[in-house]
Design a protein. Structure first.
Length: 390
């Protein structure tokens, strides 16, 4: 699948940078250079290593009341994004949309820019193009405060209906809350713990959406295409990604070949296939019960997709059948697609599971409760004491 990447706000820009870096370090391609970051802050540039300067857009430079960022003010970010829509449009025109399958807007939903300008951008993209617009949103951690929870809750109400699907990443589950600062009180440790989470998220996004180079030997019989991903995400709502991997034993080479030509090899091959199928089924089960990007009740998913990656000879047909059957049982849906992503020479087998339109998400429920409580306190503080006593 080929998707344009648009990072909005500081968190969104850093995740786009991590995805682009993972592309550069491996053989998977997702955006093919079609990427953009949009921010109201002018201090982010030094944090990006893989996004060219000409593809970084700063808005709000001339907007009254904006110095350097919006300081968590979602409404101000919306105002700036709408006022600077022509500038954003010119930047979007540099993306060769006709060659792509859609757009992935990446934003931190707890910050003012990501939650505010991100929602405006999604609406604008839907007006401009007839291709899917997906959102990859990062939920704020509890330690980021009630205002961040309020921003995220408000942005979900606007972004989820506007996007074709919204994949969520819960920072509370992935970012180590104990890694705040280093011994000297510097923020480098904080940046690194978020950096690790960003790299993990980038890896999952690439495994799910991207594919390797056009090596004929790595094309599988069950390879997914863009339409499979589009179909899985088509119900909309919010989605979560699970992932699990195992290292393979080094049992190949001459010994395996000798065993294959000895009497009884046919029986052993059948047994090995069953063993491989069992391992894949177990691996898919681990992916479903792993640290999902968004913790949720698996059975609440409307549709699901699983991608199996690894050496082609390890991706058995029985493995696909058992993986699909397991996911059907766990999710209570028959809308399950499975495909392979052959990686010649790889030493690992991995399963990546996409759960689409999940509806039982405790984290969102608790965040919305925090947001309501914060709003009540804010409104209460704004009421003069004389009025409260009336």
């Amino acid at each position: 699948m080929k998707l344009a990447l648009v990072g909005v706000g500081g968190a969104g820009a850093r995740v786009v940078d991590a995805i682009r870096g993972a592309e550069a370090d491996g053989d998977r391609q997702l955006c093919y250079g079609n990427l953009l970051t949009v921010d109201i802050s002018r201090t982010l540039g030094g944090d990006l290593d893989h996004v060219p300067r000409e593809q970084r857009v700063t808005i709000g430079d001339t907007h009254r009341g904006v110095d350097d960022g919006v300081d968590g003010d979602q409404d101000l970010a919306v105002e700036v994004a709408r006022a600077d829509a022509p500038e954003i449009q010119r930047a979007l025109d540099t993306i060769t949309m006709r060659t792509l399958d859609g757009v992935l807007v990446v934003a931190g939903l707890g910050g003012g820019t990501g939650s505010g300008a991100g929602a405006v951008l999604v609406e604008r993209l839907q007006e401009l193009y007839d291709k899917p617009v997906y959102v990859l949103g990062m939920l704020p951690g509890v330690d980021e405060g009630s205002h961040a929870a309020l921003n995220a809750a408000r942005s979900l109400r606007s972004i989820v209906p506007a996007a074709d699907s919204t994949l969520l990443f819960d920072n509370d589950r992935w970012v180590d809350a104990d890694g705040g600062t280093d011994a000297d009180g510097n923020a480098d440790a904080t940046e690194e713990r978020y950096g690790r989470a960003n790299r993990e998220l980038a890896s999952r996004v690439l495994t799910l959406f991207a594919r390797g180079g056009p090596d004929p030997s790595s094309i599988g019989a069950n390879t997914l295409d863009a339409s499979d991903v589009v179909r899985t995400l088509s119900p909309g709502g919010v989605a979560s990604i699970g992932h699990a991997a195992i290292e393979l034993d080094d049992d190949g080479g001459l010994l395996s070949w000798l065993l294959s030509i000895l009497p009884g090899s046919r029986e052993r091959e059948t047994s090995d296939e069953r063993t491989d199928a069992g391992k894949i089924q177990s691996l898919v089960g681990q992916a479903l019960n792993s640290r999902l990007t968004l913790p949720c009740e698996v059975s609440s998913a409307e549709r699901a997709l699983v991608v199996l990656s690894g050496p082609p000879e390890k991706l058995s047909r029985r493995g696909f059948e058992s993986a699909r059957q397991l996911i059907e049982e766990e999710t209570n849906t028959v809308e399950v697609l499975a495909g392979d992503d052959p990686q010649v020479g790889s030493s690992t087998v991995a399963a990546t599971v996409l759960l689409s339109n999940v509806t039982s998400v405790p984290r969102i429920d608790s965040m919305q409760r925090d947001a309501v409580e914060h709003e009540r306190e804010r409104v209460g503080d704004a009421v003069p004491a004389s009025e409260e006593s009336d």
